[in-house]
Design a protein around this ligand. Structure first.
Ligand code: PRX
Length: 638
């Protein structure tokens, strides 16, 4: 299979870009026509950014799994769709051809139906990185259910909040998950999440770690038993549910600047076209290549570049259960050698952490199969960029620095491997369909090059967020109200003299810790739940490996005897409320927070202190109690 819309030189990029901006409907009509639809759309696009109201391929009918599976059977049936590498290097890998994956998705679609799942129902998926996770995701899409995948690092409380928000009546999970030398008891976490929850009807549990789990009669069933029942029914084919292009495909929760994570909603047709188009063009995927995306399917990167983008393109994806540093820091490179990986897509935090272990972990492996390297999730610093380029790509592989977000569905700004030039630490150029604008604080558009501002997108693209689940107004206020007629990304950005974009990081109260988005307000809420915490303020600070670390200023009620133990207790509380990913790296006890007379915390000051930059804190005369600043400075943990 080749891709008629694959761009292979810079002039073709320029031409496609111009057409996509000037005639978006014609441009996307042609691309979408190469997919399998049950009924063609009546209209390509209908939109305004006021409500917002964005609809693509109106009236079109399809099932995304026919595009990811059925349409490949004749030509790629015996080719691997998923190569799965275990956490344990000694355990045998698994290969699922397109035919195998099709069969398993159909079987599990029957399982979902037999357990009462219907079109439009929300199914929460909380699993480790095993092929059954991809199977569960696709089976939901096949029956028309809306999946909400929750990353395995979230706590039961975080799961309960998400289950409640989506009113998800069904859960698919595992007994446990292996990650490095840890065995995470996923089903136990789910059980805790379900205490007092009355609306969840069914929990389907796949076996992985075979750790003891409680199975509640009438609610919990084993994946394997349910599959056996389907097998005895004979023909496993499941007639795909015919979906409208704008029917919801999934919800994925992500953090914002308020305390409550929001459910970003993506719909079927536009998301499919966007993930496929960006996959094929950014990575310049060639049939037969092995694409290794190291993300977890619990994040958008896994949804778009392990599942939907590659599979809709008939690609072979490598799915890895483990972590980059176990059993040692050569694990990624060993996998690259073992499977002759062509494309490696990973995160700057992983690169920085592996850099720290030195080249002795890289040298033993043959990395000559690599053709394209990719980076995602946070700005990649130049040092990490060059290390990746020289030591992994051997100066032969372009690095695609892909800027995008959960809300954008797929890659927005990136070079295209070998087609448009890369530039260290720059995401470079917008993809066709993406119209970025930089604006100042007043919303005035900043024209020209060698400028910086807040990054907005002024035109709709097929993969964009449609709403926040159950609360459209929140979608409007978060993304479409800061600047009129624009989607606001929350990122700051530079545009260099040649028009290349460089993302500088969030300009709102959102942290990016190891490429994971965490809202400061969310962490503060969790801190404040500890019984001794009166008040808290959280800021980010530069962290060598994580990109940003979490620095918490905590006003404590004074009753702690041992500061270190109290810190541990507080950290444990955050871990319980959100999950280990949100644990503060530093906790400083303070007697008060710097506040304005109107009660607003001056985070600017706290950020500077956390960075060790206390020389010039700016104007502090407007503070209610300027004296507190000196105390905080004196006790700073830097
Ligand atoms: O700040 C940007 C940063 O990650 C944010 C989006 O986070 P999330 O929705 O979790 O999605 C991560 C994976 C797509 C953005 O607002 N970000 C993502 N990619 C880059 C980046 N910052 C700089 N360069 C990137 N390539």
């Amino acid at each position: 299979m080749t891709y008629p819309y694959q761009i292979n030189n810079i002039d073709a990029y320029r031409e496609a870009y111009q057409k996509s901006i000037e005639h978006p409907e014609k441009f996307w009509d042609e691309i979408a026509s190469t997919f399998v639809w049950r009924k063609k759309w009546d209209k390509v696009l209908d939109w305004n950014f006021i409500e917002p109201h964005v609809k693509w391929f109106l009236g079109g009918k399809l099932n995304i799994t026919e595009n990811c599976l059925d349409r490949h059977l004749a030509t790629l049936g015996d080719k691997p769709a998923i190569i799965w590498e275990s956490n344990d290097p000694e355990e045998h890998h698994r290969v699922l051809t397109y035919r195998d994956l099709h069969m398993k998705v159909n079987q599990f679609a029957h399982v979902l139906k037999n357990n009462g799942v219907k079109k439009g129902d929300r199914v929460c998926i909380y699993m480790g990185m095993i092929p059954e996770l991809t199977i569960a995701v696709l089976a939901c899409a096949r029956v028309g259910a809306i999946h909400s995948v929750i990353f395995g690092g979230f706590s039961s409380q975080a799961i309960a909040d998400r289950l409640y928000d989506a009113q998800a009546e069904f859960i698919v999970t595992c007994d446990g998950a292996f990650r490095g030398n840890k065995d995470i008891p996923l089903k136990n976490v789910i059980d805790d999440a379900l205490i007092g929850c009355r609306f969840v009807k069914r929990v389907i549990v796949a076996t992985r770690t075979r750790t003891p789990v409680s199975m509640i009669k009438g609610r919990d069933v084993w994946w394997e038993d349910e599959i056996k029942k389907v097998e005895t029914q004979g023909n496993p084919f499941y007639e795909p549910e015919v979906m409208d292009a704008e029917d919801e495909l999934f919800i994925l929760y992500t953090s914002g600047s308020t305390g409550k994570p929001k459910g970003v909603v993506h719909t079927t047709g536009g998301y499919m076209v966007w993930t496929n188009y960006t996959f094929v063009n950014v990575f310049q995927y060639q049939p037969g290549q092995i694409h290794f995306c190291t993300a977890d399917i619990g994040w958008i990167t896994g949804h778009s570049y392990i599942v939907y983008g590659p599979l809709s393109a008939g690609a072979t994806v490598l799915m890895f259960e483990g972590v980059p540093t176990w059993p040692d820091a050569g694990r990624f490179w060993q996998i690259v050698e073992k499977y002759k990986v062509d494309i490696l897509y990973t995160a700057p935090t992983a690169i920085r952490s592996l850099m720290g272990f030195g080249l002795d972990y890289v040298k033993p492996y043959d990395l000559s199969s690599l053709k394209v390297l990719g980076s995602v999730g946070e700005p990649i610093n130049e040092e990490a960029w060059w290390w990746f380029y020289r030591n992994i790509g051997k100066e032969n592989c372009p690095i695609v620095d892909t800027w995008w977000q959960t809300e954008t569905g797929g890659i927005m700004i990136s070079n295209m491997a070998g087609v448009t030039p890369h530039k260290p630490a720059h995401a470079t150029l917008p993809l066709p369909g993406v119209n970025p604008v930089l604006v100042d604080e007043q919303g005035k558009v900043i024209e020209g090059n060698a400028v910086s501002g807040n990054l907005c997108i002024s035109q709709p693209w097929p993969g964009m967020i449609r709403t926040t689940y159950g609360d459209h107004e929140r979608c409007r206020t978060t993304y479409f109200s800061t600047y009129p007629q624009s989607y606001f990304t929350g990122d700051g950005c530079l545009r260099d003299e040649d028009g290349n974009y460089r993302i500088t990081g969030r300009v709102d109260d959102v942290l990016n810790v190891s490429g994971h988005r965490i809202g400061t307000a969310e962490v503060e809420n969790a801190l404040n739940m500890h019984n001794g915490v009166v008040e808290s303020a959280v800021v980010g600070y530069a962290h060598d490996i994580k990109g940003q670390g979490i620095y918490a200023y905590v006003v404590y009620d004074g009753s702690h005897e041992d500061e270190n133990l109290t810190r541990q207790d507080i950290i444990q509380t955050v871990s319980r409320v959100i999950g280990p990913i949100a644990k503060p790296d530093k906790i400083q006890f303070v007697s008060g927070l710097p506040k304005t007379r109107s009660g607003k915390i001056m985070r600017r000051i706290l950020r500077k202190i956390a960075e060790g930059d206390t020389g010039n804190l700016g104007d502090i005369t407007t503070l209610l109690d300027p004296g507190i600043v000196q105390e905080i400075k004196n006790g700073a943990l830097v």
